[in-house]
Design a protein around this ligand. Structure first.
Ligand SMILES: *Cc1c(COP(=O)(O)O)cnc(C)c1O
Length: 460
């Protein structure tokens, strides 16, 4: 590549503290078709906010139901916490572009610059702040690989709140590092399913020896919160208010690009429950919804857990114990558990109702990628850019590389923005499998998915 290209914009675009957004952006305000409401599994009727009061913090509920307020002020205490690790840099991947020999211009928004190592801290601190503000003693949650639990434990330590984490048993046993970070920040960590909750005991009785799942850990965390005075449950993805908090990612990205007059053509992010992608694309989709601009938005998911590309758009449970409200989303069925050899994260069976509606309405596309190709992309990226990406983030990298290679063929100078959600520093067991050549690509059969769809609840 020529030096003139290198002089385009700096390697890293930093925003000042002053330029950090003071408001979150609620994309629902601009959606013509709003995401479908949560439904009470008992009555089949839309959930009323007051029915959720025993489960969630009040402010989180208000935000969850607010489809109209476009800009929500970020409380000053949360902004002050954000300032410890934000604004996060937007980096131009010059070295990657050069290695690829592509005319594409690639940027990545890196959210791994904090000890928990991912974007999840953006919502953890907000939810912990509301719990503290409402006079609660503590919060409960579930965690899979541990990123969310780690983020929440950091936020709770900062605010002096009790934090109880149900960690999927297989991760608890195989991934001791994040578990110990959580304990260091003062959280209690219980392997799920456990004997401490009724739902945990029931699942253990029905499936002895099970290594657990996210859906099961959610059920336990909800039961723990609702059966203890002064506790509420918090969730790190999927829900509308989580996407609201994560809009900080997209707002910063847009501010940084606007500073240099750069307009993205393609915005690509990984999608597990949809929170980072929802946050990244919110301000851009807002422009699309208002008819001001157009972007190609790509959600990337694992071929082993393909909610968008092979799921059904239907009401489903968010948890295995079927105690949470029903959400209308792209889902593989609440009982779907990705193959145990799937190491790349993004294991949740459903998808954010906001993203599901946007996808359904044609505002974004989705691709499913096999995990060995994801790790190849991760390795390629690491060797060029000097960041060891999280396996989850590497799904987005994989598709960004595909798109940059297409540009090489066509000569198009497309601007590609990648949501780089975190580091893979604690995911070395997965990298080890890849390096040892023992990682494989399990893809569920149609029969397996049909069996799971057959158990979807019947709701209109
Ligand atoms: C949790 C996580 C994800 C996926 O969650 P979303 O809610 O889909 O954003 C992606 N990347 C990293 C690093 C994560 O920790």
């Amino acid at each position: 590549m020529t030096d003139t290209k290198r002089n385009d914009v700096p390697y890293k675009i930093y925003l000042s503290e002053e330029e950090m957004p003071k408001y979150w952006y609620n994309v629902r305000a601009d959606m013509k078709t709003k995401p479908a409401p949560l439904v009470n599994p008992g009555t089949g009727e839309p959930m009323k906010p007051e029915e959720l009061l025993p489960v969630f913090c009040k402010e989180a509920i208000d935000q969850e139901f607010d489809n109209d307020t476009a800009y929500v002020e970020i409380p000053e205490d949360i902004r002050n916490f954000y300032k410890m690790y934000r604004p996060s840099p937007l980096t131009r991947a010059y070295c990657l572009e050069e290695k690829l020999g592509t005319p594409a211009k690639i940027y990545y928004k890196f959210e791994g610059n904090n000890t928990s190592g991912s974007h999840k801290l953006n919502s953890a601190i907000a939810q912990a702040y509301y719990a503290k503000h409402e006079g609660l003693k503590g919060v409960t949650t579930e965690t899979g690989a541990g990123q969310w639990g780690t983020a929440l434990s950091m936020a709770c330590a900062y605010l002096d709140l009790d934090c109880r984490v149900y960690m999927v048993k297989v991760s608890y046993e195989q991934k001791p590092f994040r578990r110990e970070v959580m304990r260091t920040f003062g959280a209690s960590v219980t392997p799920s399913p456990s004997m401490e909750t009724a739902v945990g005991r029931k699942i253990l009785a029905e499936h002895p020896g099970t290594t657990g799942s996210l859906g099961c850990a959610i059920s336990e965390a909800v039961e723990d919160a609702t059966s203890h005075e002064g506790y509420r449950y918090v969730l790190g993805s999927v829900l509308n208010h989580v996407l609201l908090h994560q809009s900080i990612i997209g707002l910063e990205t847009k501010a940084a690009l606007d500073k240099y007059g750069v307009k993205p053509d393609i915005i690509v992010g990984c999608a597990g429950g949809g929170s980072n992608l929802g946050g990244l694309i919110s301000p851009f989709v807002g422009e699309m919804l208002r008819g001001e601009n157009d972007y190609q938005i790509i959600a990337v998911e694992p071929a082993s857990c393909p909610s968008f590309t092979r799921g059904k758009f239907a009401y489903d449970f968010c948890d295995t114990g079927n105690i949470c409200p029903l959400a209308k989303m792209y889902t593989l069925g609440a009982d779907f558990i990705p193959a145990p050899n799937h190491a790349g994260g993004l294991r949740f069976h459903g998808m954010s109702p906001i993203l599901s509606q946007l996808y359904h309405d044609g505002y974004m596309e989705a691709r499913a990628v096999p995990q060995t190709e994801v790790f190849e992309a991760a390795e390629y990226f690491a060797r060029c850019e000097g960041i060891l990406p999280a396996p989850e983030s590497s799904h987005a990298i994989k598709v960004a590389l595909d798109e940059a290679k297409k540009c090489k063929e066509t000569g198009e100078e497309k601007v590609i923005v990648i949501g780089l959600t975190g580091t893979g520093n604690f995911d070395l067991v997965a990298y080890q499998k890849f390096n040892d050549g023992i990682m494989d690509d399990y893809v569920p059969t149609d029969g397996e998915l049909e069996a799971s769809f057959a158990k979807l609840p019947k709701v209109e």
